[in-house]
Design a protein around this ligand. Structure first.
Ligand code: FPP
Length: 225
């Protein structure tokens, strides 16, 4: 969800105003994604590296996450959304950890849309913690089973807003065959039409997973025959 700071600066507002508006974009995206048939949505709210930002911005982002979750959890629940936080939650405040655990537990049986919010998450952190836990369990070669998303499908589509063409330590393991979509649109401006454009782009991709295009088209034909 890149581009919040620039969105604010363009309006001569403090950077944090962009984050605030970014929450509105997340709220809208959850609704539109659900209506569009998306069953799993992961948003990158705070990376392991974002602690390096100015202290006021870090504090603001943490409070924003806390407030947004507190205000939205009931609505997420009534809309059939399963909430999950992904990342090293132990570094967050005790209140936030309690809120996160409560929201996960309240929504655990919902199945319309799974919303993963990556907080204090990094793809490298995830691989390291999985390797450590797998080794401790005596299953070092099974480390992929210990990744944060082991029980969820690999993402089909990755969207990065704000014009940069980087993964920035997001789902490093899980993005192996994901379609990567980059847009200049700044995150607070990313709305319904932008998501539809991205989904239409995705629908035109031929996913080969290492096979040839011919094999994939043959298999698709056999499946409908
Ligand atoms: C990157 O834009 C954005 C972030 C580091 C924070 C994203 C967080 C939110 C939108 C709030 C999330 C809250 C919930 C409840 C999920 P940037 O600040 O790097 O933008 P810039 O590149 O224009 O400076």
């Amino acid at each position: 969800m890149d581009g919040n700071g620039r969105w604010a600066q363009k309006r001569f507002l403090p950077r944090v105003a962009g984050h605030k508006q970014g929450v509105e974009a997340v709220r809208n995206l959850i609704r539109v994604a659900g209506e569009s048939g998306v069953t799993c949505l992961t948003v990158f709210a705070f990376s392991s590296e974002n602690w390096k930002r100015p202290e006021e911005e870090v504090t603001f982002l943490m409070e924003l996450f806390f407030k947004a979750l507190r205000e939205e959890v009931e609505k997420l629940h009534t809309n059939g959304v399963r909430f999950r936080a992904v990342g090293d939650i132990s570094a967050l405040s005790a209140d936030t950890q309690t809120l996160v655990r409560g929201a996960e537990s309240l929504t655990q049986h919902n199945d319309r849309l799974t919303l993963n919010v990556a907080v204090n998450y990094g793809g490298r952190w995830d691989i390291e913690q999985a390797v450590q836990r797998a080794a401790a369990a005596g299953e070092p070669t099974q480390f992929a089973n210990y990744l944060s998303f082991a029980d969820q499908p690999d993402p089909d589509l990755f969207i990065r807003t704000g014009g940069e063409r980087r993964i920035s330590n997001f789902l490093l393991w899980q993005l192996a065959y994901t379609e990567l979509y980059f847009t200049e649109t700044l995150w607070p401006d990313f709305g319904e039409t932008d998501l539809k454009v991205a989904l239409d782009w995705f629908a035109d991709r031929e996913r080969r997973f290492g096979k040839t295009g011919e094999q994939v088209r043959d298999e698709a034909q056999k499946a409908v025959a």
